[in-house]
Design a protein around this ligand. Structure first.
Ligand code: NAD
Length: 272
């Protein structure tokens, strides 16, 4: 059901790779709520993924951009503003990739050139996105910028590896840039810390299936789905959250406040 929460708003959505991607669901919800959007992803993902299908479905141009390239980002925002007919009201950064995780390196044996690339793709790209928007003066008054993150930034989840540090950096960029954007023109910057979700990036983490079940049992509301994350993103892009900025917002069914849930013991007993 649509409430027209984003009527008249224009946005850019990074990171829709396939139908499981959180960004895919966010794009669908934003358009259903009345927004006009452009979609973007890395050129390599364009070839592998099915983002063109989503673009056709939502009547949204798909503009390739490697989020680590400032030149690509300038081109993306320029083309987006031309297509949408003005400055942007919202931007979603939904990007994550770890080379050391992908290549299954242990945390105690990481390759540092890969780690730097991971930080560039998964975290510094968020600063690049915001700095490019800033320099181009591309955000409308009271706009909203969001990035997706995970609680491994605060607590230790061993198999999340260097993505934990990536997310800590990402969240810090949100706070720091949130100050500057807030003072400049009331633009808010936040991160949403999402439950484990069955996507390409998520299931790349070792033992993800078991961990997904554990988090689901631990959380009183269960794991938050990609669809419910999309709903939350819509509220954060809407005018109903105009005074929320520089926050890391947990969207995890209560997981982050739990110590222990007896259901987890039952799960352990079942497996004995
Ligand atoms: N899936 C989970 O369990 C989970 C939980 C919490 C947070 N998140 C975060 O949600 C976000 C979206 O991930 P997802 O789970 O939807 O997986 P996904 O694999 O569908 O999305 C990750 C996206 O990053 C894009 N990307 C990678 N390198 C890029 C680059 N150089 N330039 C531009 N785009 C690039 C990929 O093409 C892909 O579209 C990520 O930040 C992820 O860390 C995911």
């Amino acid at each position: 059901m649509s409430h027209n929460l984003l009527a008249g708003k224009k946005g850019v959505i990074f990171g829709a790779l396939d139908e499981n991607s959180i960004a895919w669901k966010v794009a669908e919800r934003c358009v259903a709520e009345g927004a006009q959007i452009t979609l973007t992803n890395a050129p390599v993902a364009m070839r592998m993924g099915v983002i063109q299908k989503l673009g056709e479905q939502l009547n949204a141009p798909v503009i390739p951009a490697d989020a680590t390239s400032e030149e690509d980002l300038q081109n993306l925002f320029q083309e987006s503003m031309e297509h949408l007919g003005g400055k942007l009201d919202f931007v979603l950064h939904s990007i994550g990739m770890s080379l050391n995780v992908r290549k299954k390196r242990d945390y105690t044996n990481l390759k540092y050139d890969w780690m730097l690339k991971t930080f560039d793709i998964s975290a510094i790209s968020f600063h690049k996105v915001m700095q490019t928007l800033w320099k181009m003066d591309a955000m409308n008054e009271n706009g909203s910028i969001l990035a997706l993150t995970y609680m491994a930034a605060q607590r230790t989840f061993p198999d999340y590896s260097e993505m934990a540090e990536s997310k800590a950096l990402l969240e810090s960029f949100a706070r720091s840039f949130g100050f500057h954007f807030g003072e400049k023109n009331g633009v808010r910057v936040n991160t949403i810390s999402q439950s484990p979700t069955m996507t390409t990036a998520g299931s790349g983490v070792k033992g993800f299936g078991d961990f997904f079940t554990y988090a689901d049992k631990m959380s009183p509301l269960g794991n938050a789905s990609a669809d419910s994350c999309a709903d939350y993103c819509v509220t954060m892009f809407s005018d109903f959250t105009r005074m929320v900025t520089m926050q890391n917002l947990y969207h995890d069914g209560g997981f982050s406040s739990m110590g222990m849930n007896p259901k987890v013991f039952e799960m352990v007993d079942e497996n004995k």
